[in-house]
Design a protein around this ligand. Structure first.
Ligand code: ZN
Length: 507
């Protein structure tokens, strides 16, 4: 066995152990989110603490890190998937090494303290309560930027770009400025026209009760429509919907049923199945490596939003499946016209809360956060000024007044988690989705495929052009391969303006 083969063997053997730990954490996490007895929390958190220490020891073991170093030195001799993976691993290790141990200890202390304070501050709608902790967290982020950008052998990113790149590889302010600049120029005036109108339909059905048991029947129906293979997937309930998984043979999604809202769970299930299909469709070859799962946050979000918005809110979809929904809810929807239901599913409203925003106004919520984060890291806004800056931008972009911090600057948990640079990937995901949709339409008659009653044909295209690669390629390379061009936000703008001009009858 050559030295190279020996090191590859060490790398693979250690990954097997890491994957086994991952499975244990994944199952424990799933269990606690979907219904373990409340009394087990203390004893299980002790055991998980031990497991996590053991896992950390293996990941940071000298043998494993030496193998990665060796393979990195010899990366040109590796197959492309392993080469890409080793570069990513090496970059992570180098970044981690740059933090002084005191910083790591300080951060984990702050992480423990900040969460309960955030929850309390949000409940009390009191930004001042959260402020000192947020100041510390931002201070840490600024130092993180310095540590990572110092002597960086992988890229030259500085400032906020360091954080942006950590969530979506090679996306920087230069690219996001172009993207959000276009959204601001094209979408803000368009949304003003849309929201000046009110969709004309009878809203009585939106006030009815939709029992959970019947909604669950629709969920199972939607699993068939989406071709979400029951051999490898399950659906459960949880407080907030999410997707979780362990490789391409075990994908689990959750939903939350609201009996006073018929659209919420259906759309969230379609969204989570979009994430889930991505995981299921990673090729077996890639799944056996450490390059399974999605290529990035925005890539994952592109798949869920494609299913939720472009398929799940489309006319073709409801032309095909509305009769089924009516048959499940004859009393509530028996006399409701499909066209009215379609309008309800696509109604636009400038609102305060990001997670409840419609498809069209959603990116404006992200723009507000992006503008603010940029200012935080170029020093043009202080932590004191965050609430007023937030409120000012909501007025400017969405035309609404923010009544309090709970519905304003305190609404999202991301900053309390230290996730700065994360928000822009949500909007980027929708824009990727529109570009993929355009490419898909050249190969597949999407309308006809949706009307066939099953998404098999669409799924096959997504698998072949996006999903099968897992994270073995960078997002930019997948976009180029799948669509034949670099990221182009115009597809997203065109898609939105086209769709909502029709619905709102705007010439
Ligand atoms: Zn999602």
């Amino acid at each position: 066995m050559s030295e190279l083969e020996k090191q590859i063997q060490i790398y693979y053997d250690t990954n097997k152990i890491i994957k086994a730990y991952h499975l244990a954490f994944y199952l424990a996490g799933w269990d606690s989110e979907t219904g373990c007895p409340i009394g087990t929390i203390q004893s299980r958190s002790d055991a998980l603490g031990t497991l996590s220490e053991l896992g950390f020891k293996i990941r940071t073991s000298k043998e494993y890190n030496d193998a990665i170093d060796y393979l990195y030195e010899h990366r040109e001799e590796l197959d492309p998937v392993l080469k890409h993976e080793i570069i990513g691993q090496k970059e992570d290790i180098e970044d981690t090494k740059k933090f002084p141990i005191e910083e790591v200890v300080e951060l984990s202390k702050l992480e423990n303290e900040i969460h309960p304070v955030y929850v309390q501050a949000k409940l009390a709608s009191d930004f001042n309560m959260f402020k000192p902790y947020l100041e510390k967290m931002i201070g840490f982020q600024k130092r993180k930027i310095e540590y990572i950008s110092k002597d960086n052998q992988f890229n030259n990113y500085k400032g906020y770009d360091v954080l942006l790149n950590s969530f979506e590889k090679d996306m920087t302010m230069e690219e996001y400025d172009k993207f959000f600049g276009l959204l601001k120029e094209k979408l803000v005036p368009f949304i003003k026209k849309v929201t000046a109108k009110k969709l004309d339909y009878d809203r009585e059905f939106t006030t009815k009760v939709y029992p959970k048991e019947q909604q669950a029947i629709m969920s199972e129906y939607l699993r068939d429509v989406m071709d979400f293979d029951r051999n490898y997937t399950i659906l459960r309930e949880s407080e907030h919907p999410f997707t979780s998984g362990n490789g391409n043979k075990d994908v689990r999604i959750t939903t939350h049923y609201y009996e006073d809202c018929i659209s919420s769970s259906m759309l969230s299930i379609i969204h989570e199945m979009g994430h889930g299909l991505y995981e299921l469709h990673v090729s077996d070859e890639i799944d056996a490596t450490m390059s399974g799962g999605g290529a990035s946050m925005a890539m994952h979000e592109s798949q869920s939003r494609f299913m939720e918005n472009m398929i799940g809110r489309s006319k073709a979809f409801w032309d095909t499946h509305y009769a089924k929904l009516q048959s499940i809810f004859p009393e509530q929807l028996g006399n409701v016209k499909e066209d009215d239901f379609y309008k309800y599913m696509n109604e636009v409203q400038c609102s305060l809360i990001r997670t409840e925003a419609d498809e069209l106004t959603y990116p404006l919520h992200i723009m507000v956060r992006y503008e603010i984060e940029k200012k935080i890291f170029n020093g043009s806004v202080t932590v004191d000024e965050l609430p007023s800056e937030w409120n000012r931008l909501y007025k400017e972009y969405l035309g609404i007044d923010v009544p309090n911090d709970k519905a304003g600057v305190l609404q999202d948990i991301h900053w309390a988690l230290g996730s700065f640079g994360y928000f822009p990937t949500y909007a980027l995901g929708s824009a990727y989705a529109a570009q993929f949709y355009n490419a898909l339409s050249k190969d597949v008659d999407v309308d006809k495929a949706v009307r066939s009653g099953n998404l098999k044909e669409i799924n096959a295209w997504l698998k072949e052009n996006i999903h099968k690669y897992g994270s073995s390629l960078d997002p930019k390379d997948i976009i180029l391969k799948a669509t034949g061009e670099e990221f182009n936000p115009n597809y997203y703008i065109d898609y939105l303006i086209n769709k909502y001009s029709k619905i709102y009858d705007i010439k």
